[in-house]
Design a protein around this ligand. Structure first.
Ligand SMILES: Cc1cc2nc3c(=O)[nH]c(=O)nc-3n(C[C@H](O)[C@H](O)[C@H](O)COP(=O)(O)OP(=O)(O)OC[C@H]3O[C@@H](n4cnc5c(N)ncnc54)[C@H](O)[C@@H]3O)c2cc1C
Length: 339
């Protein structure tokens, strides 16, 4: 079966090939004869948008995507002009249809497991056993969230408890909400959520790290503060939060909420293996457009910023596509003489 799969990949570049997860880890490494202009690791809005602008620039692009974008837990995505309220799967489907128009773009479901820098190129090895050679590589692999261990958290996440009020605050406006979190940023986060609903209780899951002035500021706005430990989040069958249950048995009615911290981690540490460091905040070191110190290596979207939002990630892809195309044009003109 894997051999058939690889033959399909070689012959038809525009064909989308499904990942056979079972081949992951097998030593069936395959080199494509082609040197791609760009290999893109990750097909969320950042990677898809880069593929679009590069395809339109007549560049050869291999887009490798595992197919688990960060917002796939939600029913609707918001804030992307002309797409407000769209289902994440519909968004991806529309993007895939648009990309299919560009025959120099090859999209495949697979997982990149390593990237190696050679003298003037990169090699991306995949779980499916491919080795893809390219002049540039874009890491658009996003981040993974690690949720608090409260029972019910996974069920309400993306259904009635969210991270980003700009994405989901409108839908929860004026509802009795929970704000989950503690530490330095909880005060500013609560103030932000207050813009969408004044019926707030802050759950710090232990002694609140707020100073007296901040506690007073919450109190005069009638924002509750619950410092007990959380046991579980009760919810309906479709993930609608109903109660926050404390370890001492008390149950507090809430219909939704926002989580300050989802303990994100990079989906891939491949940039580290190529010598890219991290900032104190955990971001990979890049310039504002995702360019790294390694020539030809770019990091965009959530992998660059931790939370770009769909339109921010797509913007990253657009800009980096343009940067790479300009760089390739310059190299090509230099190579062919007078420029
Ligand atoms: C619950 C929730 C709700 C959200 N709602 C909204 C919203 O309403 N509006 C909004 O603007 N933003 C929203 N966001 C944020 C938004 O999802 C992200 O900012 C955005 O998806 C980032 O895009 P990206 O392309 O950088 O990464 P992603 O969309 O996460 O895509 C990364 C892709 O790379 C793939 N990948 C990872 N590693 C590899 C690998 N090694 N090889 C191949 N592929 C790989 C992943 O499977 C995935 O398909 C939400 C986030 C969450 C968690």
């Amino acid at each position: 079966m894997p051999i058939v799969l690889f033959y399909i990949r070689i012959i038809v570049h525009t064909t989308v090939v499904t990942l056979d997860a079972e081949v992951c880890g097998q030593a069936l490494m395959m080199r494509y004869d082609q040197l791609w202009d760009v290999v893109i690791v990750g097909g969320g809005p950042a990677g898809l948008s880069a593929a679009l602008i590069l395809g339109r620039s007549r560049r050869t692009v291999a887009l490798i995507d595992e197919g688990k974008p960060r917002n796939s837990v939600t029913k609707q995505a918001h804030g992307y002009l002309t797409r407000d309220g769209i289902a994440p799967a519909e968004f991806r489907h529309a993007a895939h249809e648009e990309l299919a128009r560009y025959d120099s773009v090859w999209r495949v479901e697979d997982i990149v497991t390593k990237v190696v820098k050679e003298q003037n190129s990169f090699v991306a090895g995949t779980c499916g056993g491919s080795n893809l050679y390219s002049r540039n590589i874009i890491i658009a692999a996003g981040v993974k969230d690690s949720l608090p261990p409260w029972q019910g958290m996974a069920q309400v996440y993306g259904k009635s408890v969210f991270l980003c009020p700009y994405c989901d605050g409108w839908e929860l406006r004026d509802e009795p909400l929970a704000v989950f979190g503690n530490g330095n940023n909880i005060y500013a986060f609560t103030r932000k959520i207050y813009g969408w609903s004044k019926e707030l209780i802050v759950f710090t899951d232990g002694p609140a790290k707020l100073n007296e002035k901040q506690k007073l500021a919450l109190q005069i706005r009638q924002i509750g503060l619950e410092e007990g430990e959380i046991d579980q989040l009760q919810h309906s069958a479709d993930g609608q939060l109903t109660h926050v249950v404390m370890r001492d048995g008390r149950s507090v009615a809430r219909t939704g909420g926002f989580l300050l911290d989802s303990n994100e981690r990079q989906a891939t540490n491949m940039p580290e293996s190529l010598g890219i460091g991290r900032t104190a905040a955990g971001h990979y070191e890049t310039d504002h457009h995702g360019q790294t110190e390694v020539r030809g290596l770019y990091i965009i979207g959530d992998a660059r910023t931790i939370f770009s939002g769909l339109i921010g990630a797509a913007n990253d892809g657009y800009i980096v596509g343009e940067i790479i195309n300009n760089d390739l044009l310059e190299q090509e003109w230099k190579k062919s003489g007078l420029h």
